[in-house]
Ligand binder design. Structure first.
Ligand code: GLU
Length: 320
């Protein structure tokens, strides 16, 4: 399948927990979108969130994906021309991107702790973080000056200087037109939590660009982060991919699938003796890709059925 089309997509699991129906359904759509058009799929392990990483979760996620029948052309286990495919092995790339932003005056050191930022507001402002009012903007001549104000066990973070009042717009392949005034929504956001590290927002841009990704399919919880990522693309002179933000899987109560809804880990289905075809049929069922009564399906069987227009706009509900 590789090499017949310029399309490149990616599966980007984080080893912070087990693969479950929610992330498997996102991967299903990402896989189908690329494979139905003979594109190339990359698997990238997003393991930068060290404190939340679970030992063995990266290996288990790959095993679970393989068990379901997913394949990829490039990844940590198969190599490829754009490796390494594990984010903790790509740190120097994030550091040099951060350096480029610093040279342009677009990154500044910040000594505010999470608690400081929380204290400044009554409620969390964004789904994925807190609104930051720019307290440290223009405050320190350099990183060392910021560091000198902190106790030895703490390091400044780096924040992106968001243009005031600019509305960032893009056309999402699934959700349609989306716009956000980043300076009012999140404010100056974190690029890196320590001198040379990188956070999700910077790493995902650097990696998607470096790996030649043309299409990003991911959960719509990340839709509001995309304008921030587009600002980084522009600042680094990189071409953004097309984005498709897809509805999450929710329980019958309409809340995002979680432990309270029972054990939806792919491994739990496997250990309970379900064949992978049953789990794919279930995922296809909640995604509008199965006929009533179909209880066993494979990924290749779904390829001819896949069209973005067939995917319901509303959250997928499990159990139905
Ligand atoms: N690694 C992220 C996650 O598992 C996905 C990030 C993305 O697709 O941009 O939630």
């Amino acid at each position: 399948m590789n090499g017949t089309s310029p399309l490149r997509g990616r599966l980007a699991p984080s080893p912070t927990g087990a693969l479950h129906l929610g992330n498997a359904r996102t991967f299903l759509l990402a896989w189908l979108s690329i494979r139905s058009r003979n594109g190339t799929l990359v698997l990238r392990m997003e393991d930068l969130d060290h404190p939340k990483n679970k030992p063995g979760a990266a290996r288990e996620a790959l095993e679970d994906l393989r068990w379901l029948g997913f394949d990829w052309d490039e990844g940590p286990d198969v190599g490829g021309p754009y490796g390494p495919y594990t984010q903790t092995e790509r740190i120097e790339r994030y550091a040099s991107a951060l350096e480029r932003l610093r040279e342009q005056g677009l990154a500044y050191p910040c000594v505010c702790s999470r608690r400081d930022v929380e204290a400044g507001q009554s409620a969390p402002h964004t789904e994925d973080g807190l609104y930051y009012p720019g307290t440290c903007r223009g405050r320190f001549a350099d990183f060392a000056a910021a560091q000198a104000t902190l106790p030895p066990d703490r390091l400044p973070a780096w924040r992106f200087r968001v243009p005031e009042g600019e509305v960032v717009r893009f056309d999402d392949g699934f959700c349609g037109p989306y716009e956000q005034e980043v300076s009012a929504f999140s404010g100056d956001f974190v690029l890196a939590r320590h001198a040379l590290g990188a956070g999700y927002m910077l790493a995902v841009v650097v990696d998607d660009a470096a790996m030649g990704i043309t299409e990003v399919v991911r959960g719509d919880d990340l839709l509001p982060t995309t304008p921030r990522q587009l600002l980084i693309y522009r600042a680094l002179g990189l071409v953004p991919p097309r984005f498709f933000h897809t509805p999450l899987v929710v329980g019958p109560d309409g809340r995002r699938l979680a432990k309270r809804h029972g054990d939806t880990r792919i491994r739990a289905f496997r250990e309970a003796g379900y064949p992978p075809e049953a789990v794919i049929a279930l995922l296809a069922g909640i995604s509008g890709l199965a006929e009533p009564g179909e209880t066993a399906l494979t990924l290749p069987e779904l390829l001819p059925r896949f069209r973005w227009s067939a995917i319901p706009r509303t959250p997928a509900v499990f159990p139905r």
